[in-house]
Design a protein around this ligand. Structure first.
Ligand code: NAD
Length: 489
């Protein structure tokens, strides 16, 4: 691994197989979060830039939809290979613009590549069914058809993986695809587009426009966009869902989260503490699957709290390419300020500050913050309810298992939850009663593989079909049924 393999290039849109400068007047600095050094300036795309991409996508779709499925997946096999070959370089790019550790970046890309692998199975997955003699002399056949140009709008925290939640499925099913990556981490998406360019997709099938809210709104209201996938914060997810629906589009909008871990009396506490630490503090807490609240049964609360506090104090906070680092910086100075305000609110609302991230030794440059652990947090306290999206863990004391489940289900969000237990009965009850879309037992992070859908309920999701797996095929196609009778004459 060496610094000069990082690809921080001028940021361009990828339209019609070509690199074009976005023509907007607004833009934003992209920074190395560990040093505050400016990496690039991203210029936002205008309505005209978006229109050019959508129109190109529409004409590319006419040919692509007719391309036999076996041919459509060949560039995906090539893309998988290229992603594997460039995984380390993309990971370094990701570390520099995002701040996560190198291992986290490699892990993120692995999960992204899995989606490409799954989408290569489209020839089997896209079949919809055939039944001879469905009625007297009648055969019936269901088919799935692609629809046109789809867009995806992605967040800063997983710029590699989340791009690949959508791109491979959209094009394998026969659609054209336009990506609007986060303006905070655009290099990772651009690197993936360079590999898309090399992989041999016909021009216009996969495109990218850089930009901010106005660029997104131009996609949301464009007549040529059939559907939109969004991943980001809950208020924006709601806006996307409503606006896209108002404009007659398919939409799936995944929002923010505030996930819980339940630690039952019977749990292996050392294991549960280790998993809680990695769940709460990986990616500096900037994960929609992080579990920043641990609800612990009273009988084991004190021992668990002590273990977690010890482990949190031992985490190494440094630049993500440093060897042995556990946690990198936060995404922006503003975001760090926001997290600091939450810590102050947590103290003001009576939380017991077991580990204070403001006092942990971190590098002076960049947007670093140490891990913070609050003990005996009131379930109604702000730090127990609101998404902080930073390295802050709240421990809640539950009278018993029933009480723990009640506390989990009080959340407005429903992205994920984990349980640590040694009892099958607890696990069964948890799976049945907890209101969240991604559940794990004896695992800190409920991250589904690419051949399963990525869940999310309540304020964490607006729509019906989720990312990844079979849901993606349904989202990117519509069904038609053929009824045929050929009587002998
Ligand atoms: P964000 O909502 O600020 O931005 C996401 C995308 O929306 C970006 O591409 C941005 O340009 C665009 N955007 C921002 N404001 C907009 C507006 N007013 N109108 C139209 N578009 C707008 O989110 P973020 O800070 O990049 O990402 C962090 C959030 O994403 C967290 O809340 C996290 O929980 C959530 N997230 C959710 C999942 C999930 O699967 N549920 C996964 C990852 C991240």
């Amino acid at each position: 691994m060496s610094a000069d393999t990082t690809r921080l290039v001028d940021l361009h849109n990828y339209v019609d197989g070509d690199w074009r400068a976005p023509s907007g007047e607004e833009g934003q600095r992209v920074v190395n979060t560990a040093t505050n050094e400016t990496l690039a300036e991203v210029t936002f795309s205008t309505t005209e830039d978006v229109d050019a991409a959508v129109q190109t996508g529409q004409s590319a779709f006419e040919t692509w939809r007719e391309t036999p499925v076996e041919q459509r997946i060949q560039p995906l096999f090539e893309l998988k290979q290229l992603l594997e070959e460039h995984q380390e370089e993309i990971a370094e790019t990701l570390v520099r613009e995002h701040g996560k550790t190198f291992d986290e970046a490699m892990g993120e890309l692995r999960r992204g590549i899995e989606n490409v692998e799954v989408a290569c199975g489209i020839p089997s997955m896209m079949q919809a069914g055939h039944l001879p003699n469905a009625a007297p002399e009648i055969d019936e056949t269901a088919v799935r058809k692609p629809l046109g140009v789809f867009a995806a709008v992605t967040p800063f925290n997983f710029p590699g993986m989340i791009t690949l939640w959508f791109l491979p499925f959209a094009v394998a099913t026969g659609n054209a695809f336009v990506l609007k990556p986060s303006e905070k981490t655009p290099h990772t998406a651009q690197y993936i587009m360079e590999l898309v360019d090399e992989a041999g997709f016909p021009d216009g099938v996969v495109q990218m426009v850089h930009g901010g809210a106005d660029t997104v709104n131009a996609l949301l209201t464009h007549d040529g966009i059939e559907g939109i996938s969004f991943v980001g914060s809950t208020p924006v997810a709601q806006h996307i869902y409503e606006t896209a629906a108002e404009h007659g589009k398919r939409v799936q909008a995944q929002g923010g989260a505030k996930n819980h871990i339940v630690v039952a009396e019977s749990a292996d506490l050392a294991f549960a503490a280790d998993q809680t630490i990695s769940s709460a503090f990986a990616n500096a807490g900037q994960r929609c699957l992080a579990n920043p609240v641990a609800v612990v049964e009273d009988a084991v609360y004190d021992e668990f709290a002590e273990r977690v506090a010890d482990r949190a104090e031992g985490l190494t906070v440094a630049e993500g390419l440093t060897g042995g680092v556990d946690m990198g910086p936060l995404i922006t100075p503003d975001h760090r300020e926001r997290v600091l305000e939450y810590i102050e609110t947590g103290v003001a609302e009576g939380g017991d500050l077991l580990v204070d991230g403001r006092e942990i030794d971190v590098p002076d440059e960049g947007t670093f913050l140490g891990p913070t652990v609050f003990g005996d947090v009131d379930p109604d306290a702000t730090v127990a309810r609101e998404e902080i999206f930073g390295p802050v863990l709240a421990l809640l004391r539950a009278d018993d298992f029933d009480h723990a489940i009640d506390l989990v289900n009080r959340s407005d969000y429903g992205n994920a939850a984990s349980l640590f237990t040694d009892r099958g009965g607890d696990a069964r009850r948890f799976r049945h009663d907890v209101e969240a879309g991604n559940l794990a037992v004896n695992a800190g992070t409920a991250a589904p593989m690419a051949f399963f859908h990525f869940g999310g309920w309540d304020d964490s999701f607006f729509g019906d079909l989720h990312a990844q797996g079979e849901d993606m095929i349904q989202f990117y196609s519509d069904k038609a049924v053929y009824i045929e009778r050929w009587p002998d004459r």
